[in-house]
Design a protein around this ligand. Structure first.
Ligand SMILES: Cc1ncc(COP(=O)(O)O)c(C=O)c1O
Length: 396
C-alpha cells in the first residue's frame, strides 16, 4: 500500500476508535458564545478551553470598529500588502502595535502561525543556526524547518543548556534564538532576563513569541518585559491577534530596519493577501481597550491566582504554570479523555491534550481561566475537577 494512504488510514482508525468509545471531544461546534459561557450541542456550559483571556469578544468598541471598517471597505482587499492590499487601517494597526510594544515599527501578517513561519524563514537560511526551547510552539518549529538553517534545541527553560548550544554554534554563522514567552501547553514563563543576557553575550538575535503574554503578563498587560521589569530585552516581539485580541492575524514589532527588511523578504507577507478590514480594525481597537480598561488584566490575574491556588490545594499537578494556561496532569491519554467526559457531563467545557502534542504519560486537561469567570464559576469548576479527578484516579 502507498505509505501516504497507510498514514491516512492509521489516523482515521485512531479517530474512529476514540469516537466508538464516546471519548472524542474535538471539533464540537459552539453555537453561542456568551462571555465565560458557551452553548455546545444545545447545552450551556462554562468555558475553560478558550484564549479570550481578557473577555474582549463582543466588546462594543471593538465590534463597532469592525462594523465601520466592513461598511467602508467591504469584506477583503483583493491584494497583497506590498501591491494593492494596504489600507490606512493596516498602517494604523502597525503603528498602534509599535506604540503598545514601545518599538519603532511593526509588521502584521494574516495569522500568528504564518507570522512565525514567515519571520523565522526570512531571517535565517542555510548557513545560519536557529536555537529554540524544546517546548516552543509548532509554528516556530515549522519556521525553523522551512528556513533550512541548522536547527538546534535546548532543554526546556534550561539556561545552562542554552549557553552550551550558543558556545557550540559556528562563530561565523548568523545566530537566532526563538522562545515562547508563555509556553502554550504548560503555562510556564521563559527565563527572559537570562535568555536576553546570553543572547547579548553571544551576539545573537532574540525573537520572543508573546501569543499568551500580551494582555496577560505585566501589571498593565504589556507583556513579558513588563513582567520582569526589563526594556529592550529582545529584538523581535512576536504576537498574535487571536488570543486576548478577539480578531485574527499576527505581528512582529521591532526596529524600523528590521520591519523594512521583513516587509520585503518575508514570503507570507509579500505573496499572501492582507488581513481583512474588519479584523484589522478590531485588532487596533483591542490594543486601545487593553490600555483604557486596565481592570481587565487585574481581574484575569486575580482569577489565575484563585484557579491555580485552588487546583494545587486539591492536590492536582499543574506543572510550573503561573498563567491562565493551566495543565491538569492526568497521565495516560485514556485517563485525560475519561476526565474530560466527566467534566463535560457536569457542564465544564474543557478539552484534553494528548500525545504527540505533549509527551507520552503527560496527557492533560488544558484548562484556561479568563477575566470573564466569576469567583463562583471558578469554585464550581474546581469542585467538578476534584470529583472527576477522584473518579478517574488522578487524585487519591
Ligand atoms: C505560542 C503560540 N504561537 C503562535 C500561535 C499561532 O497563532 P494563531 O492561532 O494566531 O495563528 C499559537 C496558537 O496556538 C501559540 O500558542
Amino acid at each position: 500500500m502507498n505509505p501516504i494512504q497507510r498514514r491516512i488510514d492509521e489516523m482515521n482508525q485512531r479517530v474512529a476508535e476514540i469516537q466508538r468509545k464516546g471519548l472524542y471531544f474535538y471539533l464540537q461546534p459552539i453555537s453561542e458564545l456568551d462571555g465565560a459561557w458557551v452553548t455546545v450541542s444545545g447545552r450551556r456550559m462554562l468555558l475553560f478551553a478558550g484564549y479570550g483571556y481578557l473577555g474582549l469578544l463582543g466588546h462594543p468598541k471593538i465590534t463597532a470598529a469592525a462594523q465601520e471598517a466592513l461598511a467602508r471597505y467591504g469584506t477583503g482587499t483583493h491584494g497583497v500588502r506590498i501591491l494593492a492590499g494596504t489600507l490606512p487601517l493596516h498602517e494604523e494597526l502597525e503603528q498602534t502595535i509599535a506604540r503598545f510594544k514601545k518599538t519603532e515599527a511593526a509588521i502584521v501578517y494574516s495569522s500568528g502561525y504564518v507570522t512565525n513561519l514567515a519571520t523565522v524563514s526570512a531571517l535565517v537560511g542555510r548557513n545560519d543556526v536557529v536555537i529554540c526551547d524544546k517546548f516552543n510552539h509548532a509554528s516556530i518549529v515549522d519556521g525553523c524547518l522551512l528556513s533550512r538553517a541548522r536547527f538546534v534545541r535546548f532543554r526546556h527553560n534550561d539556561m545552562a543548556d542554552l549557553e552550551r548550544r550558543l558556545q557550540q554554534a559556528d562563530p561565523d554563522a548568523g545566530k537566532l534564538v526563538v522562545v515562547d514567552a508563555v509556553f502554550s501547553m504548560d503555562g510556564d514563563i521563559i527565563n527572559l532576563p537570562e535568555v536576553s543576557r546570553l543572547c547579548r553575550e553571544y551576539d545573537t538575535l532574540l525573537m520572543v513569541d508573546e501569543a499568551h503574554s500580551v494582555g496577560v503578563l505585566g501589571e498593565t498587560g504589556h507583556g513579558i518585559e513588563e513582567h520582569f521589569g526589563l526594556k529592550d530585552a529582545m529584538d523581535l516581539y512576536m504576537g498574535t491577534l487571536s488570543k486576548p485580541i478577539p480578531s485574527v492575524g499576527g505581528y512582529v514589532a521591532g526596529s524600523q530596519e528590521l520591519i523594512t527588511y521583513l516587509k520585503h523578504v518575508a514570503r507570507a507577507f509579500v505573496f499572501s493577501a492582507s488581513l481583512p478590514p474588519a479584523q484589522t480594525a478590531a485588532a487596533k481597537a483591542s490594543f486601545e481597550v487593553i490600555e483604557e480598561e486596565p481592570e481587565r488584566v487585574k481581574t484575569l490575574q486575580r482569577n489565575v491566582e484563585l484557579f491555580l491556588g485552588g487546583l494545587k490545594a486539591r492536590g492536582f499537578n499543574t506543572l510550573d504554570s503561573e498563567t491562565p494556561i493551566v495543565p491538569i496532569i492526568c497521565g495516560e491519554d485514556e485517563r485525560a479523555f475519561q476526565m474530560t467526559k466527566l467534566c463535560q457531563e457536569e457542564g465544564i467545557f474543557v478539552l484534553p491534550v494528548v500525545s504527540p502534542a505533549v509527551p507520552v504519560g503527560l496527557a492533560r486537561l488544558r484548562a484556561n481561566v479568563t477575566a470573564d469567570h466569576s469567583e463562583e464559576d471558578i469554585t464550581y469548576a474546581l469542585d467538578v475537577f476534584e470529583r472527576a479527578g477522584k473518579a478517574v484516579g488522578v487524585l487519591k
